[in-house]
Design a protein around this ligand. Structure first.
Ligand SMILES: NC(=O)c1ccc[n+]([C@@H]2O[C@H](COP(=O)([O-])OP(=O)(O)OC[C@H]3O[C@@H](n4cnc5c(N)ncnc54)[C@H](O)[C@@H]3O)[C@@H](O)[C@H]2O)c1
Length: 299
């Protein structure tokens, strides 16, 4: 039996880019796919392509930042396929802006789609899964920029919030059979094209430098695994897929060393002078395994 046979999965923003690659891939693995996108033509094209290759797909165009639409998106999946087993919260928007020139409209747009839209779709899907008493898998979409990046503060914040939602929902849903994980993907798409002019300056501030980006399809096997029963033991994780590299992303934790004392003004100053100043945490995307950035002089 194909890996995702019998599962009905909603993928948001699946009319192009990485979302379309997820939709095509999981349909080939037997899933029934609801292809959502705000762009109706793109949405119908991907859905039609899947159907043309013998897969099961339903086009459900609409704006996932609307909570009413998010409810109807999940209802369309249940109405058409009789169930909902998975949701990939892939729809996203990116707007650049440093702290001094970020606009209210751009920041609001990113939070509206990336963060609040993710919550809208997840809430609707999880309510349907719990009501049906079936297992389910939610795959959110975070980003390496949640660790900080030049001109990506607002975007990174909207994605860091997605990671935070992933941790909380995974805790809330423990023992229910509904799991929540996230991916932190990487690919050459219309969105990454928007970032091209910033790549050089961004790479100076992190220990990961990308000269070319992977194809969207390279991310799809990870999402298929997270949607499948093979990942049943995995919950609350952010999985990084960067071309050939597959890893887990750490979540914010209390860093060693933890100093203990009765903290007076002078003791705080000494603790920083003697220990914590040299233990500052890395900024920007990096690797915990080679955490040399904090000790380096890169900035
Ligand atoms: N490309 C990368 O390297 C990269 C890196 C990290 C995270 N991501 C994330 O992966 C996801 C997909 O990225 P991509 O590069 O394929 O982007 P993309 O811009 O190429 O595609 C995004 C798709 O989402 C759709 N969309 C946008 N707003 C929507 C809305 N309100 N409702 C429904 N659909 C909407 C767009 O029409 C588009 O088809 C996004 O969440 C993005 O933030 C991408």
């Amino acid at each position: 039996m194909a890996m995702l046979e019998g599962k009905a999965v909603v993928i948001t923003g699946a009319g192009s880019g990485i979302g379309a690659a997820y939709a095509r891939h999981i349909a080939r693995l037997g899933a029934m796919v609801v292809v959502n996108d705000i762009d109706r033509d793109a949405c119908e094209a991907v859905s039609g392509e899947i159907a043309g290759q013998g897969g099961s797909a339903l086009a459900a165009s609409g704006d996932i930042s609307s909570w009413a639409f998010a409810e109807s998106l999940v209802a369309q999946c249940v109405g058409h396929f009789g169930r909902v087993d998975g949701l990939v919260n892939n729809a996203g928007v990116l707007r650049h802006g440093r702290v001094t020139d970020m606009t209210e409209a751009d920041f609001t747009a990113m939070l509206g789609v990336n963060t609040i839209g993710t919550a809208a779709c997840a809430g609707a899907a999880i309510r349907a899964m719990l009501a049906a008493g079936t297992a389910g898998s939610i795959v959110n979409v975070a980003s390496g920029s949640q660790a900080g990046d030049i001109a990506l503060g607002g975007y990174g914040a909207s994605k860091a919030a997605v990671a935070a939602l992933t941790y909380s929902w995974a805790l809330e849903l423990r023992e229910t059979g509904v799991r929540v994980n996230a991916v932190s993907p990487l690919a050459e798409t219309a969105m990454s094209d928007l970032n091209k002019d910033y790549m050089e300056i961004q790479s100076k501030n992190r220990d990961v430098v990308y000269t070319s980006l992977p194809r969207p399809e390279t991310n799809a096997p990870v999402v298929a695994f997270l949607l499948s029963d093979a990942s049943a033991g995995l919950n609350g994780q952010v999985v990084r897929i960067a071309g050939r590299e597959l890893s887990l992303v750490t979540h914010p934790m209390i860093a060693e060393p933890v100093l203990e004392d009765n903290w007076t003004d002078s003791k705080v100053a000494s603790a920083f002078a003697e220990t914590l100043m040299d233990r500052q945490q890395a900024l920007g995307l990096g690797y915990a395994r080679t955490n040399h950035y904090a000790q380096s002089d890169k900035g």
